[in-house]
Design a protein around this ligand. Structure first.
Ligand SMILES: O=P(O)(O)OC[C@H]1O[C@H](O[C@H]2O[C@H](CO)[C@@H](O)[C@H](O)[C@H]2O)[C@H](O)[C@@H](O)[C@@H]1O
Length: 277
């Protein structure tokens, strides 16, 4: 592939396999910070149009395209504009870290019920935030999970730290899990992560090569899953959508690109290279 390519041996090997056997390759991507730029209001964080156009082209060339996100499946489908995108008629979105699912084929959603603890937490959270003097915190109701956002505050980092202990106690009380993200605390039911979600969909589709692109701590389990696939002999390429906010994935990646616009350009080049084969 022309342009900036992977730098590691494992990445170069995987890229060779992608070019040789695209129909056997799964392209799996995170949503926020990878396909969509990070902005203040999560409700309006749409996917980069260049990325979606590239995915549309790749849809007919690759074996499988999957988005694995912390967002509800419905939200990711809406913000991604995936339903209307030509070429993505067989893509899958795994929402809420793999608990929810949307298959473009048949426009089918699989959305399990909300865990009970989340309902209690939704009732208690506004009082807890008011007690801490953090009324400006945005609560993102994701149905099965809650995002507690500090990005729009004057001092997001201090508020983020201030929230760690009280949110951990609250999550603990209802047997829920608290996880950090980019200026967001995520509270959700334990039991599944993006690594589990990726392993399951790889087994289901039977692909023999995988590309995964992500940007944040929630993507680490998927990175680990790809590393595991590689030890089992399946080529895998790890792409990091880099930002100044999080560097946990940079060292692990075979290819580091400059945020969602870098991901979009890389996807576009991948589509060009596959088309030129
Ligand atoms: O798994 P992802 O697709 O990466 O989702 C992770 C979280 O992303 C969203 O929050 C992040 O993006 C927001 C919009 O740009 C931004 O305002 C926020 O500060 C970021 O942390 C989303 O709102 C969360 O629900 C996701 O869990």
């Amino acid at each position: 592939m022309s342009g900036t390519g992977p730098v590691s041996d494992a990445g170069i090997d995987a890229m060779r396999t992608v070019m040789d056997r695209p129909e056997q390759t799964m392209l799996a991507l995170d949503f926020d910070g990878t396909l969509a730029p990070i902005i203040d209001d999560p409700e309006h964080a749409h996917a980069d149009p260049t990325a979606v156009a590239a995915l549309s082209r790749l849809g007919s060339m690759l074996g499988s395209i999957v988005v694995i996100t912390g967002r509800p499946a419905r939200t990711a489908v809406r913000l991604g504009g995936f339903r209307a995108a030509q070429g993505l008629e067989s893509m899958t979105v795994l929402g809420q870290y793999g608990v929810e699912r949307w298959d473009a084929a048949g426009d089918r959603f699989d959305l399990p019920p909300t865990p009970e603890g989340i309902t209690h937490l939704q009732e208690e959270l506004p009082g807890l935030l008011a007690g801490l003097g953090l009324d400006g915190v945005r609560i993102e109701d994701k149905g099965r999970a809650i995002g507690v956002h500090t990005r729009e505050l004057e001092d997001p980092a201090t508020a983020f730290d201030q929230l760690a202990e009280p949110l951990a106690e609250l999550a603990d009380r209802y047997d829920l899990k608290l996880e950090p993200g980019k200026n967001v605390w995520e509270i959700r039911a334990p039991g599944i992560d993006k690594g589990d979600a990726l392993r399951a969909i790889v087994a289901e589709t039977g692909v023999s090569c995988i590309i995964f692109a992500g940007d944040d701590l929630g993507d680490l389990p998927a990175f680990r899953a790809v590393e595991q696939f590689r030890t089992e002999g399946m080529p895998g390429l790890l792409v990091c959508s880099a930002s100044h906010e999080e560097d946990a994935l940079t060292e692990l990646a075979d290819l580091v690109v400059d945020g969602p616009s870098g991901v979009a350009e890389w996807l576009d080049r991948l589509a060009d290279s596959l088309a030129a084969r």
